[in-house]
Design a protein around this ligand. Structure first.
Ligand SMILES: NC(=O)c1ccc[n+]([C@@H]2O[C@H](COP(=O)([O-])OP(=O)(O)OC[C@H]3O[C@@H](n4cnc5c(N)ncnc54)[C@H](O)[C@@H]3O)[C@@H](O)[C@H]2O)c1
Ligand SMILES: [Zn+2]
Length: 363
């Protein structure tokens, strides 16, 4: 078992990474200064896979448990779904000292966290992420949100959980495409923060792809440590935390061009990291050939290396509406070397186009 402390003053909390930790979820929850009444939010899949075990363990630890199950998928990250959860919390008699627990991927985590942040002006929030993406990314850092029909994640808050429990064993049932998508974010951490970690991902690809729980525990804990360190220095996403957007400027544009159905977020980010890598080479700050190394590791984890049928002008226009844009100027996260990223603005559109054309064989 590994524990990663996230130091945020009075909002500090621990992330516990524990193989088979789900079986001990009741004892874990009982360790917090909360009432013995909890609402567990899961989606249909995670309720089926883990609901019974979680409920039994929580009840054995003395909790009365309300299970709130939402449809699986991004559409559940909505104000109307939040409203359904508010009603369930009110009917269950949840008061200010009762926790809301997310048991699922990033959709469940963002939604349950948003409800926890707003119900009664905020109740304790516990996170039990079950996808690779949510274990290494969305459960760390306290961003919670629902979508608006005019855009993703537009209604939300910074709301830190009271604790996070990660059981890498839950990843055994994750569909291959979801697993690969999470790996894109894992690879991202190596590229922007830690060359040794990137090398480890390259060496351990076979074991990780076989979902060896101990390997996964080590990798997930490393990612949480890296993200926690950035969040501690820049909780509100005003500076260094933006480095986590590596691969996301082009990635979001690719995701949008695919109408959020052709590519998963992670697949789009994997392509976006190749674009940002190539752009870094074109601007002369990254040694030529580094993008090939990124491509090699992405391929070992089943991530896409190119995509046809996309349009460069359309992608650039999607970047122009990227909400991460600062003061009208697109800010790119570029690489100086593997393990070292930097923010740059004022990149020539021609260079962006060239990088897009070279990575994606597009018009
Ligand atoms: N808050 C943040 O900082 C942050 C960061 C990144 C992404 N996000 C958000 O996260 C969301 C995406 O998260 P996600 O990729 O986890 O998607 P998700 O929650 O939709 O999960 C993907 C699918 O996997 C299923 N699933 C979950 N755990 C499983 C398991 N162990 N075995 C089998 N199936 C399982 C789910 O039911 C779902 O069908 C997006 O809404 C995104 O905006 C938030
Ligand atoms: Zn991402």
């Amino acid at each position: 078992m590994e524990t990663i402390r996230v130091n945020l003053g009075s909002r500090s909390y621990d992330i516990r990474v524990q193989v088979a930790g789900l079986a001990a979820i009741g004892n874990w929850a009982a360790g917090f200064p909360i009432e013995k009444k909890v609402m567990v939010v899961a989606d249909e899949n995670t309720a089926f896979l883990f609901g019974r075990q979680a409920k039994d363990s929580l009840q054995q630890a003395g909790f009365s448990v309300t299970m709130a199950v939402v449809p699986a998928g991004e559409a559940s990250k909505s104000l109307s779904q939040a409203d359904v959860l508010y009603a369930q919390a009110i009917v269950a008699g949840l008061d200010r000292n009762c926790a809301i627990m997310a048991l699922g991927g990033g959709v469940v985590g963002d939604l349950a966290g948003f409800v926890a942040a707003t119900y009664l002006r905020g109740v304790p929030f516990l996170q039990v992420p079950t996808t690779l993406l949510s274990q290494v990314d969305s459960s760390v850092g306290g961003k919670v949100a629902v979508n608006h029909h005019l855009g993703k994640n537009l209604i939300g808050a910074f709301y830190q959980p009271m604790g996070v429990l990660i059981d890498p064993q839950t990843l055994q049932s994750l569909p291959p495409r979801e697993f690969a998508s999470g790996m894109a974010e894992v690879i991202k951490y190596g590229l922007i923060f830690d060359a040794d970690f990137f090398a480890k991902l390259s060496d351990a690809a076979a074991a990780v792809q076989n979902r060896d729980p101990q390997q996964l525990a080590g990798i997930v804990a490393d990612c949480c440590r890296m993200k926690a360190a950035v969040v501690e220095r820049d909780e509100q996403d005003l500076g260094e935390r933006m480095l986590l957007n590596f691969g996301h400027t082009a990635g979001h544009a690719i995701e949008t061009a695919g109408e959020f159905s052709r590519f998963t977020h992670g697949e789009a980010v994997a392509l976006g990291m190749l674009v940002a890598g190539r752009l870094s080479e074109l601007t002369g700050m990254l040694p030529q050939g580094t993008t090939d190394e990124i491509r090699r590791v992405g391929s070992a984890y089943g991530l896409p290396l190119s995509a046809d049928g996309l349009d460069a002008a359309e992608l650039i226009s999607h970047m122009g509406t990227d909400k991460k844009r600062a003061a009208g100027q697109l800010r790119w996260v570029l690489l100086e070397r593997i393990g070292q990223a930097t923010l740059r603005s004022g990149i020539a559109t021609e260079s962006i186009e060239k990088a897009l054309r070279e990575i994606l064989p597009i018009e």
